[in-house]
Design a protein around this ligand. Structure first.
Ligand code: C2E
Ligand code: MG
Ligand code: MG
Ligand code: MG
Length: 283
Protein backbone atom coordinates (compact mmCIF):
# COMPACT_ATOMS: atom_id res chain seq x y z
CA UNK A 1 0.00 0.00 0.00
CA UNK A 2 1.80 3.02 -1.25
CA UNK A 3 -0.10 5.56 0.90
CA UNK A 4 0.62 3.68 4.12
CA UNK A 5 4.21 3.18 3.19
CA UNK A 6 4.49 6.83 2.36
CA UNK A 7 3.00 7.98 5.65
CA UNK A 8 5.32 5.68 7.59
CA UNK A 9 8.22 7.20 5.76
CA UNK A 10 6.95 10.63 6.62
CA UNK A 11 6.59 9.71 10.26
CA UNK A 12 10.07 8.31 10.41
CA UNK A 13 11.25 11.41 8.63
CA UNK A 14 9.64 13.70 11.19
CA UNK A 15 11.10 11.71 14.08
CA UNK A 16 14.53 12.19 12.61
CA UNK A 17 13.75 15.83 12.10
CA UNK A 18 12.67 16.18 15.71
CA UNK A 19 15.81 14.65 17.18
CA UNK A 20 17.84 16.68 14.74
CA UNK A 21 16.17 19.82 16.03
CA UNK A 22 16.78 18.71 19.57
CA UNK A 23 20.42 18.11 18.84
CA UNK A 24 20.70 21.51 17.18
CA UNK A 25 19.14 23.15 20.23
CA UNK A 26 21.63 21.48 22.55
CA UNK A 27 24.51 22.48 20.31
CA UNK A 28 23.27 26.09 20.19
CA UNK A 29 22.96 26.13 23.96
CA UNK A 30 26.54 24.85 24.35
CA UNK A 31 27.72 27.50 21.91
CA UNK A 32 26.09 30.22 24.03
CA UNK A 33 27.58 28.71 27.16
CA UNK A 34 31.12 28.57 25.79
CA UNK A 35 30.86 32.06 24.29
CA UNK A 36 29.61 33.35 27.63
CA UNK A 37 32.42 31.68 29.53
CA UNK A 38 35.10 33.13 27.29
CA UNK A 39 33.42 36.52 26.89
CA UNK A 40 34.82 39.83 27.94
CA UNK A 41 31.49 40.59 29.59
CA UNK A 42 32.32 44.17 30.54
CA UNK A 43 33.17 45.00 26.92
CA UNK A 44 30.51 42.92 25.15
CA UNK A 45 27.49 43.72 27.31
CA UNK A 46 25.57 46.94 27.07
CA UNK A 47 22.35 48.15 28.64
CA UNK A 48 19.49 49.67 26.69
CA UNK A 49 16.74 51.68 28.35
CA UNK A 50 13.02 51.71 27.67
CA UNK A 51 10.81 54.50 29.04
CA UNK A 52 7.78 54.00 31.28
CA UNK A 53 5.24 56.81 30.90
CA UNK A 54 2.88 58.31 33.47
CA UNK A 55 -0.22 58.93 31.36
CA UNK A 56 -1.62 61.46 33.82
CA UNK A 57 1.34 63.81 33.37
CA UNK A 58 2.70 62.61 30.02
CA UNK A 59 6.13 62.35 31.64
CA UNK A 60 8.65 59.55 31.75
CA UNK A 61 8.90 58.35 35.36
CA UNK A 62 11.26 55.40 35.00
CA UNK A 63 13.44 53.64 32.46
CA UNK A 64 13.79 49.86 32.40
CA UNK A 65 17.32 48.57 31.82
CA UNK A 66 17.43 45.73 29.26
CA UNK A 67 20.66 43.85 28.67
CA UNK A 68 22.19 43.56 25.20
CA UNK A 69 25.03 41.16 24.45
CA UNK A 70 26.94 41.21 21.20
CA UNK A 71 29.28 38.22 21.17
CA UNK A 72 32.19 38.35 18.71
CA UNK A 73 31.51 34.65 18.05
CA UNK A 74 27.71 34.53 17.92
CA UNK A 75 26.57 38.07 17.20
CA UNK A 76 23.60 39.37 19.14
CA UNK A 77 22.23 36.97 21.71
CA UNK A 78 18.85 37.95 23.24
CA UNK A 79 18.80 38.44 27.03
CA UNK A 80 16.18 35.72 27.63
CA UNK A 81 18.65 33.22 26.21
CA UNK A 82 21.92 34.23 27.77
CA UNK A 83 20.36 34.85 31.19
CA UNK A 84 18.96 31.31 31.15
CA UNK A 85 22.35 29.92 30.16
CA UNK A 86 24.15 32.01 32.80
CA UNK A 87 21.72 30.62 35.39
CA UNK A 88 22.44 27.05 34.35
CA UNK A 89 26.21 27.38 34.20
CA UNK A 90 26.59 29.20 37.49
CA UNK A 91 27.51 32.59 36.06
CA UNK A 92 24.35 34.47 36.94
CA UNK A 93 25.73 36.14 40.08
CA UNK A 94 28.57 37.82 38.19
CA UNK A 95 26.39 38.63 35.17
CA UNK A 96 23.72 40.28 37.35
CA UNK A 97 26.28 42.39 39.18
CA UNK A 98 28.08 43.43 36.04
CA UNK A 99 24.79 44.50 34.41
CA UNK A 100 23.59 46.26 37.55
CA UNK A 101 26.82 48.26 37.86
CA UNK A 102 26.53 49.33 34.23
CA UNK A 103 22.91 50.36 34.75
CA UNK A 104 23.71 52.29 37.93
CA UNK A 105 26.57 54.12 36.20
CA UNK A 106 24.32 55.03 33.27
CA UNK A 107 21.52 56.08 35.62
CA UNK A 108 23.76 58.81 37.06
CA UNK A 109 23.17 60.60 33.74
CA UNK A 110 19.38 60.63 34.14
CA UNK A 111 17.47 63.65 35.40
CA UNK A 112 16.82 63.22 39.14
CA UNK A 113 13.06 62.77 38.66
CA UNK A 114 13.53 59.66 36.52
CA UNK A 115 14.05 56.28 38.18
CA UNK A 116 15.81 53.10 37.08
CA UNK A 117 14.13 49.71 36.87
CA UNK A 118 16.38 46.64 36.75
CA UNK A 119 15.47 42.99 36.12
CA UNK A 120 16.69 40.36 38.53
CA UNK A 121 17.12 36.73 37.60
CA UNK A 122 15.01 34.25 39.52
CA UNK A 123 18.24 32.95 41.09
CA UNK A 124 19.36 36.28 42.47
CA UNK A 125 16.97 36.65 45.38
CA UNK A 126 17.62 33.11 46.52
CA UNK A 127 21.27 33.94 47.03
CA UNK A 128 22.02 36.05 50.14
CA UNK A 129 25.48 36.87 48.71
CA UNK A 130 23.86 38.30 45.60
CA UNK A 131 21.34 40.34 47.58
CA UNK A 132 24.12 41.81 49.74
CA UNK A 133 26.26 42.53 46.67
CA UNK A 134 23.28 44.30 45.07
CA UNK A 135 22.92 46.49 48.14
CA UNK A 136 26.64 47.24 48.13
CA UNK A 137 26.56 48.16 44.43
CA UNK A 138 23.61 50.50 45.03
CA UNK A 139 25.38 52.16 47.95
CA UNK A 140 28.62 52.56 45.96
CA UNK A 141 26.78 54.13 43.04
CA UNK A 142 25.54 56.98 45.20
CA UNK A 143 22.15 56.79 43.46
CA UNK A 144 19.21 57.42 45.78
CA UNK A 145 17.75 53.93 46.41
CA UNK A 146 14.27 55.45 46.13
CA UNK A 147 14.97 55.90 42.42
CA UNK A 148 15.55 52.17 41.96
CA UNK A 149 13.00 49.46 41.19
CA UNK A 150 13.93 45.80 41.02
CA UNK A 151 11.75 43.64 38.77
CA UNK A 152 11.11 40.05 39.82
CA UNK A 153 9.27 37.26 38.12
CA UNK A 154 7.01 34.70 39.69
CA UNK A 155 9.66 32.04 39.16
CA UNK A 156 11.87 33.97 41.59
CA UNK A 157 9.17 33.82 44.23
CA UNK A 158 8.28 30.19 43.66
CA UNK A 159 11.89 29.14 43.99
CA UNK A 160 12.02 30.12 47.67
CA UNK A 161 9.05 32.13 48.87
CA UNK A 162 10.27 32.85 52.38
CA UNK A 163 13.78 33.74 51.26
CA UNK A 164 12.32 36.05 48.62
CA UNK A 165 10.01 37.61 51.19
CA UNK A 166 12.96 38.38 53.48
CA UNK A 167 15.09 39.77 50.67
CA UNK A 168 12.22 41.96 49.46
CA UNK A 169 11.64 43.29 52.95
CA UNK A 170 15.33 44.16 53.27
CA UNK A 171 15.49 45.87 49.87
CA UNK A 172 12.32 47.85 50.53
CA UNK A 173 13.58 48.98 53.95
CA UNK A 174 16.34 50.77 52.03
CA UNK A 175 13.84 52.50 49.78
CA UNK A 176 14.14 50.23 46.73
CA UNK A 177 10.80 49.50 45.05
CA UNK A 178 9.79 46.00 43.96
CA UNK A 179 7.83 45.22 40.79
CA UNK A 180 6.35 41.86 39.88
CA UNK A 181 7.18 41.42 36.17
CA UNK A 182 5.19 39.56 33.50
CA UNK A 183 2.18 39.35 35.80
CA UNK A 184 -0.38 36.79 34.70
CA UNK A 185 1.98 34.43 32.91
CA UNK A 186 2.90 32.32 35.93
CA UNK A 187 1.09 29.50 37.60
CA UNK A 188 -0.33 30.90 40.79
CA UNK A 189 0.00 34.67 40.78
CA UNK A 190 -3.12 35.12 42.86
CA UNK A 191 -1.77 32.80 45.49
CA UNK A 192 0.92 35.14 46.70
CA UNK A 193 0.53 38.55 45.16
CA UNK A 194 -1.19 39.75 48.35
CA UNK A 195 1.35 38.05 50.62
CA UNK A 196 4.34 40.02 49.40
CA UNK A 197 5.31 43.62 50.03
CA UNK A 198 5.23 44.77 46.41
CA UNK A 199 5.07 48.26 44.93
CA UNK A 200 4.15 47.62 41.30
CA UNK A 201 2.73 45.00 39.04
CA UNK A 202 3.74 44.83 35.39
CA UNK A 203 0.92 43.35 33.36
CA UNK A 204 2.41 41.01 30.78
CA UNK A 205 2.35 42.19 27.21
CA UNK A 206 0.57 39.01 26.17
CA UNK A 207 -2.64 40.58 27.49
CA UNK A 208 -2.29 43.64 25.28
CA UNK A 209 -2.77 41.62 22.11
CA UNK A 210 -6.42 41.06 23.08
CA UNK A 211 -7.11 44.30 24.90
CA UNK A 212 -9.30 45.56 22.10
CA UNK A 213 -11.64 42.59 22.30
CA UNK A 214 -14.39 42.54 24.89
CA UNK A 215 -13.03 39.55 26.77
CA UNK A 216 -9.43 40.75 26.66
CA UNK A 217 -10.50 44.12 27.97
CA UNK A 218 -12.30 42.51 30.87
CA UNK A 219 -9.22 40.48 31.82
CA UNK A 220 -6.98 43.57 31.81
CA UNK A 221 -9.53 45.60 33.70
CA UNK A 222 -9.79 42.86 36.34
CA UNK A 223 -6.00 42.87 36.82
CA UNK A 224 -6.06 46.66 37.13
CA UNK A 225 -8.82 46.39 39.76
CA UNK A 226 -6.67 43.91 41.62
CA UNK A 227 -3.74 46.35 41.57
CA UNK A 228 -5.95 49.12 42.85
CA UNK A 229 -7.44 46.98 45.61
CA UNK A 230 -3.96 45.99 46.76
CA UNK A 231 -2.69 49.56 46.55
CA UNK A 232 -0.13 48.72 43.84
CA UNK A 233 0.76 50.64 40.69
CA UNK A 234 -0.21 48.73 37.56
CA UNK A 235 2.05 49.10 34.55
CA UNK A 236 0.84 47.88 31.16
CA UNK A 237 3.71 46.32 29.20
CA UNK A 238 3.92 45.97 25.44
CA UNK A 239 1.75 48.90 24.37
CA UNK A 240 2.28 49.09 20.62
CA UNK A 241 -0.79 50.92 19.35
CA UNK A 242 -2.78 53.97 20.28
CA UNK A 243 -5.87 51.73 20.55
CA UNK A 244 -4.16 49.62 23.19
CA UNK A 245 -3.07 52.75 25.03
CA UNK A 246 -6.60 54.13 25.04
CA UNK A 247 -8.07 50.81 26.12
CA UNK A 248 -5.83 50.46 29.19
CA UNK A 249 -6.23 54.11 30.09
CA UNK A 250 -10.01 53.78 30.06
CA UNK A 251 -9.60 51.16 32.74
CA UNK A 252 -7.54 53.43 34.93
CA UNK A 253 -4.06 52.24 34.00
CA UNK A 254 -1.73 55.10 34.84
CA UNK A 255 1.64 53.72 33.74
CA UNK A 256 2.44 52.32 30.32
CA UNK A 257 5.48 50.90 28.53
CA UNK A 258 5.92 49.67 24.97
CA UNK A 259 7.12 50.44 21.49
CA UNK A 260 4.45 53.15 21.09
CA UNK A 261 6.05 55.10 23.93
CA UNK A 262 9.61 54.20 23.05
CA UNK A 263 11.89 51.32 22.14
CA UNK A 264 14.80 50.28 24.31
CA UNK A 265 17.94 52.24 23.34
CA UNK A 266 21.34 53.25 24.68
CA UNK A 267 21.38 55.91 27.43
CA UNK A 268 22.83 58.59 25.16
CA UNK A 269 19.98 58.15 22.66
CA UNK A 270 17.38 58.01 25.40
CA UNK A 271 18.68 61.27 26.87
CA UNK A 272 18.56 62.87 23.42
CA UNK A 273 14.94 61.82 23.02
CA UNK A 274 14.09 63.30 26.43
CA UNK A 275 15.63 66.58 25.37
CA UNK A 276 13.74 66.64 22.06
CA UNK A 277 10.23 68.03 22.44
CA UNK A 278 7.64 65.72 20.92
CA UNK A 279 3.89 65.57 20.64
CA UNK A 280 2.32 64.43 23.90
CA UNK A 281 1.73 60.69 23.77
CA UNK A 282 -1.07 60.27 26.24
CA UNK A 283 -3.53 62.99 25.29
P1 C2E B 1 10.97 41.87 30.46
O1 C2E B 1 11.66 42.32 31.69
O2 C2E B 1 9.54 41.53 30.57
O3 C2E B 1 11.23 43.03 29.40
C1 C2E B 1 10.32 43.41 28.41
C2 C2E B 1 10.68 42.83 27.07
O4 C2E B 1 9.66 43.18 26.11
C3 C2E B 1 11.99 43.37 26.49
O5 C2E B 1 12.55 42.35 25.68
C4 C2E B 1 11.49 44.53 25.62
O6 C2E B 1 12.40 44.88 24.60
C5 C2E B 1 10.23 43.93 25.06
N1 C2E B 1 9.24 44.95 24.69
C6 C2E B 1 9.04 46.17 25.23
N2 C2E B 1 8.01 46.82 24.64
C7 C2E B 1 7.53 45.99 23.71
C8 C2E B 1 6.45 46.09 22.75
O7 C2E B 1 5.72 47.07 22.67
N3 C2E B 1 6.25 45.00 21.96
C9 C2E B 1 7.03 43.88 22.03
N4 C2E B 1 6.77 42.89 21.20
N5 C2E B 1 8.05 43.76 22.91
C10 C2E B 1 8.29 44.79 23.74
P2 C2E B 1 14.10 41.98 25.77
O8 C2E B 1 14.93 43.22 25.91
O9 C2E B 1 14.41 41.04 24.67
O10 C2E B 1 14.19 41.22 27.16
C11 C2E B 1 13.54 39.99 27.34
C12 C2E B 1 13.60 39.54 28.77
O11 C2E B 1 14.95 39.25 29.16
C13 C2E B 1 13.12 40.58 29.77
O12 C2E B 1 11.72 40.58 29.84
C14 C2E B 1 13.78 40.09 31.04
O13 C2E B 1 13.03 39.05 31.62
C15 C2E B 1 15.10 39.53 30.51
N6 C2E B 1 16.15 40.53 30.73
C16 C2E B 1 16.49 41.60 29.98
N7 C2E B 1 17.51 42.28 30.52
C17 C2E B 1 17.84 41.63 31.67
C18 C2E B 1 18.81 41.84 32.70
O14 C2E B 1 19.57 42.83 32.71
N8 C2E B 1 18.83 40.94 33.73
C19 C2E B 1 17.96 39.87 33.78
N9 C2E B 1 18.05 39.01 34.81
N10 C2E B 1 17.02 39.65 32.84
C20 C2E B 1 16.97 40.52 31.79
MG1 MG C 1 11.18 43.59 33.14
MG1 MG D 1 7.93 42.00 31.53
MG1 MG E 1 9.71 38.88 30.29
Amino acid sequence: DYALYHSKERKRGSTTLFSQEHEDAIRAERAVESALQSADLAAEMEMHYQPILDTTTDRITTVEALARWTSPKLGRVPPDRFIAVAERCGMIHSVTLLLLRKALADAARLPAEIGLSFNLSSHDLASPETVLAILAAVRQSGLDPRRITLELTETALMRDFEGAQQAITLLRALGIAIALDDFGTGYSSLNYVHRLPLDRIKIDRGFMADVETDLGRRVVSTILDLCQNLGLDGIAEGIETREQLNAVRRHGCRYVQGYLIGRPRPMTELLESLATPTQPIAV
